[in-house]
Design a protein around this ligand. Sequence first.
Ligand code: BDP
Length: 679
Amino acid sequence: MKFISRSIIILCALSVLCIKTNAEDGHQLWLNKRPPISVNIICAKKSAVLNIAIKELTDGWQGPSGKRFTLNLSPEKSIKGDGFILDDAGIRANTEFGILYGTYEVLRRQKTGKMAGNLASNPSYMHRILNHWDNLDGSVERGYAGSSIFWRNEKNAITVTEKDKMLWHEYARANASIGINGTVVNNVNASPLILTSVYLKKVKDIAGVLRPYGVKVYLSVNFSSPVKTGGLKTSDPLDPEVKKWWAMKIKEIYSLIPDFGGFLVKANSEGQPGPQDFGRTHADGANMIADALKPYKGIVMWRAFVYSPSDKDRVMQAYSEFLPLDGQFRENVIIQIKNGPLDFQPREPFSPLFGALKKTAIMPELQITQEYLGRDIQLVYLAPMWEEFLKSDTYQEGSGSTIAQRTAGNIYPQQYTAIAGVANIGLDSNWCGHDFAQANWYAFGRMAWNNKMSSGDIAEEWLKQTFIQNEPEFIEPVKAMMMASREAAVNYMMPLGLHHIFVENHHYGPAPWFANKDLRQDWTSVYYHQADTNGIGFNRTSKGSNAISQYREPLASRFNHPDTCPEIYLLWFHHLPWDYKMKNGRILWNEMCYRYADGLNEVRKFQKTWDQVQPYVDQQRFYAVQHKLQRQCRDAQIWKDACLLYFQQFSKRPVPFDIERPVHDLEYLKNTPPSAIYN
Ligand code: BDP
């Protein structure tokens, strides 16, 4: 007996050891397997989609052993789209995909220890779409997790291997498990080649793998495709030959992919062609393509990311261009708007277009890939930023007109509702480069399904599933770290409303000194921070660029005065003297110093938190994250030193005595190429 119990103890100890030493490259994402418990699934119908649901439940069931569980396709009025109802007996849905999403919800609840019980769940958006900025040569614009999972730069670039299919299958499953039901497989800066028959054949193959998981394929298209690949003399949207060309092309696509989703278009933006090249409007361009897609129920996602090299404040331009077109777009056109009016900065107020357009369908575009938020190097959980954005009140129809409500079609009706996230996925074995960047992919899907979900709940769910760990000693500190990470990044990069002071185009490290008389001024840093001996910040008040006027009351007045402007946006809207008094009594310069220091100190705390939870994490991921946190700490220090030393030249004030002195030299940071500093 003694011997047996001792053996059991040794066995248990060994198995704990095994779990901890197991190599975990993160490839399983949040779908990590646990040994299944038996379950008796009852399903009257058979199909590729339902087979997936049955297999998932059989392979992953963690509920009562031997339970009878029914998958029931029965029309139910309270269920919308691919929504579902869960109860003790099983899942009810109107569509097979509803059953599939219900399946993943059941498994998620079981794995995260959420109480079983009744739940009715309908998606906030009909289309929940990833945007891959993947080029046909396999590179990924602003991608930090390896090459494209769809394209490659080889001789047989368009061949499809079994390995490709396996990866796309895993990708589709991961997306379905969080409710994502669409993917744009090529870059918004689109190569016209994507619409040639050779590439379309590969798109068909991709669509074939993704289909049973409910992930529809969409394409980014180049507006001058009729000229570039169609041999026409013009791409003028009002030209009958051009219309005919698009109609033919779209017919060809649907003959290959009957459930093709539609197009994403970046037009007249950053040098891309568009209808304005022919004296036409965005509406002329979008409608022409939308008309050709309509018979097939396809949609056009037309991006509002436009700005031209004019004197007008860049953050005001999209509003000025699109508002006059309100009501002119077809019902199957959705204007895709980035969350902020500038460009995916660590913090921006929401784009005023969300509170302006009334008769036009609109959708948010979020950036999951961390172009301006530390790439794959920094642990920055983005969901708190998206939550802040979705909860923003535009006051369009009085208070409570949040962006979540407006874009879900609850304020003005929209035939199609959608949300897009720029993907952070590549060929890296853990898909996203940083193990914690997976949480951003996960959170995007969860918020796209339910745009009122809290970022904290999502973090907790993700942690429990990804690390197969329900221990509060692990979950609580790590969740707190994730939840603090975005604010920390804002503080060590661009606190108090500062924005776009990155190294040119590189978008990782700081370069507040970046100026270039020969370049568009709105691509330089000095244009945005406007620091001089009088103060710092961009004056967007009624006495400045008047960007505040694009917001509805009471926001416009609130933003217009420094005393009422939320301090998180202070230098976004105001140019203020260095000794401006903050609410806490500090002068602006000192407050800036403390914010930079707080951001850095927070990352130091993250390192300690992570080290403390080592016993709960497999070695491979533990060391990978630990290593990245070291880099993050070093780089946060560079941000703090670079910005404070640079701005100090204008503030001409000391850094408060209780803040750590800079460890870097400004001249070194200014004169060393980023490749030497950050690699
Ligand atoms: C900017 C990126 C650029 C993209 C552009 C876009 O730097 O690579 O092409 O946005 O969204 O953030 O079109």
